[in-house]
Design a protein around this ligand. Sequence first.
Ligand code: GUN
Length: 293
Amino acid sequence: MSADIIDGKAAAATLRETIAVAVAAMKADHELQPGLAVVLVGEDPASQVYVRNKGVATEKAGMRSIEHRLPADATEEAVTDLVRRLNADDTVDGILVQLPLPDHINSARVIEEIDPAKDVDGLTEANAGRLMLGKPGLVPCTPQGSIILAKSVRGNLSGLHAVVVGRSILVGKPLAMLLLAENCTVTMAHSRTKNLAEVCRGADILCAAVGRPRMIGGDWVKEGAIIIDVGINRIEEDGKNRLVGDVDFDAAKVRASAITPVPGGVGPMTIACLLRNTVIAAARRRGFSDPAV
Ligand code: GUN
């Protein structure tokens, strides 16, 4: 068997088109142009690329992109002051503070300053709590994108055994909650899990979000499993820089029924879901019904 390769680029392009239509309707019906503010502290090269891509995608969807760059030695107070100003700015519908922040800044305290109604990353206690309680809120983008891709393969995930490897706040934990909401039986695995390979072999849906290149080998994959690889790891191989996932793609694809590639899988969905959250936040903040995105 050779797995279907799940085309995240195409799925993201489709979602972005739908979002652009919703944005155009908001402009026509309410003279409203949603705005997304991104805060970047320091000069981390990978973060600069992400922020630039977010800005381009935001404008392409017809929304306003606002970028704030602070120096690497900015104080925590300077960052929280900026977040408070963005909270108070009515032209800003979404606020994203690019992570990781420099070590001297307490990320949790900064994130908690974001108005939950503008928290398009879904990372505040209010939104994380809503997700846990099954209440509507803003949901973290990468987990949301992962679910959309899994459902593009199998519309109904109910009853499937999902194994999530990785327990980060940004991906692993919220992804487990979303899978549970889809009626999956969910196992959360991590670096201390005993017999990790054996646990993974039990998965109908295997989600890898650990940040370790090709950690999940082909023999960890059940025949016919759906693999969602969230890892984006830069490695040097054969004298070249390459991006690889947390799953050994070539070995896994002969056992899985469907697999997301890296790059071109979950990655493009993250930005599309960020745009989706921004347009949803813009509507909800004003008491409009949710846009059809
Ligand atoms: N850094 C890497 N991914 C993300 C993300 O989804 N949100 C934020 N805020 N920072 C990130």
